[in-house]
Write a protein of this length. Structure first.
Length: 101
């Protein structure tokens, strides 16, 4: 299956189903606050497993009790694709299980 960049309209439609996610500099981004550093680190490990499963990887930043993620698809020139939204949906599921806000 060929991966194609999404249009601005397609991106906006998908963003409406993912509260807290936004586009910054051609990257899909989200930050989470978690109950503790240990829980934040566990979320990072879970996201890494999901990324390996999807074979699609983001930039992750672990703070004291925060996790920030940004992603785009390098194979289409750093644009946003359905792969990025598939990852975002999986990250949201995992973040919810860890009590992220």
């Amino acid at each position: 299956m060929a991966v194609e960049p999404l249009t601005e309209q397609e991106i906006e439609e998908r963003l409406s189903a993912l509260p807290g996610w936004r586009v910054e500099e051609d990257r899909l981004t989200r930050s989470y606050r978690l109950p503790s550093h240990a829980v934040a680190a566990t979320l990072v490990a879970d996201v890494a497993r999901v990324q390996d499963e999807l074979d699609h990887h983001s930039d992750l930043t672990l703070g004291y009790n925060t996790v920030a993620l940004s992603v785009n698809t390098h194979s289409v020139g750093g644009r946003i694709t359905e792969l990025d939204f598939a990852l975002a949906r999986r990250v949201e599921e995992s973040a919810g299980l860890h009590g992220a806000v």
